[in-house]
Structures are given as C-alpha cells and as structure tokens.
Design a protein around this ligand. Structure first.
Ligand code: ZN
Length: 144
C-alpha cells in the first residue's frame, strides 16, 4: 500500500485514511454511485475527505487495490477467528521449548503444530486436521 498511496487525483494529493465495509447507506463522493458497500476513505493535503467505492479507488490508483483490501480484511477476520488456536498453540510450543510441558508430545506433532501456527499467523484458515490436532493438545494442556 505504501507504494500506491499517496495518489494524485485532479491536481491534489490524497492519502488513504481508512477502508471498511459500510454498515449504513453510503454513496461514492467521486462518481455519486450508491450504495457502496466497501468504502475507502481518502484525504487530500488541503483537508478534503472523500468516501469512495471500489471502482473509483481502483481507477484513481490505477491498481486493483480493492482486491488487496478484501484480501487484507479476510486475513484479519481469520486471525481473529483463530485467536484461541494461535494463543493455545503458542503456549504449548513455548512450554515445550522451555521443557515445561506436563504431558508427552511427539516431535512429529510439534512440527505439525508449528506449521499450523505459521499458517494461521499468516491469516489463513487451518486445515481440518490442523484444527483437530490443535483442539487435541489445547484440551490436553487445559487438563494438565
Ligand atoms: Zn465512485
């Protein structure tokens, strides 16, 4: 994003202020199209703020930034959704490295947990088997 913004439009320089999914009726300040669902908020250096839809933000940046935003929001949602796995696996792996685990874990499962953690920290959904192994060890840790 730093390579895209600030962007020039009609002799003004705009910075990106925010990007969100609208929960209320919003119209695009640039083309008047409405309603817009995904909103990018940009502000010029003379203080003018515009709420613009995907078509317009892609047009003025000359890039598919709306796709990038969508991808970013999805990753952020996945991170929040997988919070309990991320925290749980981190605790287990830390305890393992400190030799403080009170239950047995195989090297193979440690590798699997590391891989699952890495995947989820990158904002991806865990696979079904990663979910299962995470559940299994998080439960075991809770009982230990
Ligand atoms: Zn527009």
């Amino acid at each position: 994003m730093k390579s895209v913004f600030p962007v020039q439009y009609k002799n003004k320089t705009y910075r990106l202020v925010n990007n969100y999914v609208a929960s209320t009726y919003t119209r695009c300040d640039m083309c008047g199209s409405h309603p817009i669902i995904e909103v990018s908020v940009i502000r010029s250096n003379d203080g003018q703020t515009l709420r613009v839809g995907n078509n317009c933000i892609d047009r003025i940046t000359n890039r598919r930034v709306s796709r990038w935003f969508k991808n970013y929001r999805r990753k952020r949602e996945n991170l929040m959704r997988n919070r309990k796995y991320i925290d749980g696996i981190s605790l287990i792996l830390n305890a393992y490295e400190m030799n403080e685990l009170t239950f047995q874990i195989t090297d193979g499962d440690v590798k699997k947990l590391r891989k699952a953690l890495e995947r989820m920290c990158n904002g991806l959904k865990p696979t079904r088997s990663q979910e299962q192994i995470a559940e299994c060890y998080i439960n075991r840790k809770a009982k230990a």
